[in-house]
Design a protein around this ligand. Structure first.
Ligand SMILES: [Zn+2]
Ligand SMILES: [Zn+2]
Length: 134
């Protein structure tokens, strides 16, 4: 499948080709800053099929964590577009930036539930992980 998306102001656009490798909701404390407080919804796509088609995002990587992700966002409107993982070639695309977020269909796992808030919800029947699977 080929997915397209971009930021809120439209200055940064991307496309992602390939088959989704991960559909997750992430409850980590870091994601709560970016989502507004809820779990963050991420669609993992092969990094090889991901590219920016317009604009250049800014990236932020924490220096105080052992294996930090790099979070990329629009320098103009601040929309978080994706995270790049340090160890796996996966683009973790923020579902809300897809032109058609409905393709996500729903999370297949909940990760970093160790940071979950009492008002977070996990869909029935999906596996939950305190951190990452495995
Ligand atoms: Zn923007
Ligand atoms: Zn997270």
């Amino acid at each position: 499948m080929k997915l397209e998306g971009g930021c809120y102001c439209g200055n940064v656009r991307y496309e992602a080709e390939g088959e989704p490798v991960m559909k997750a909701q992430c409850h980590c404390r870091e994601c709560q800053y970016i989502s507004g407080g809820s779990p963050n919804l991420v669609l993992g796509m092969p990094l090889a099929g991901f590219r920016f088609t317009k604009g250049t995002p800014k990236g932020f990587t924490r220096s105080d964590l052992e294996n930090p992700v790099t979070r990329e966002f629009c320098p103009d409107c601040g929309t978080q577009l994706l995270s790049r993982m340090p160890t796996l070639p996966i683009a973790l695309i923020k579902v809300g930036t897809l032109d058609d977020p409905a393709v996500f269909e729903g999370a297949q796992m909940a990760i970093f539930t160790i940071d979950s808030q009492p008002f977070h919800h996990v869909p029935d029947g999906i596996p939950t992980f305190e951190r990452l699977p495995g």
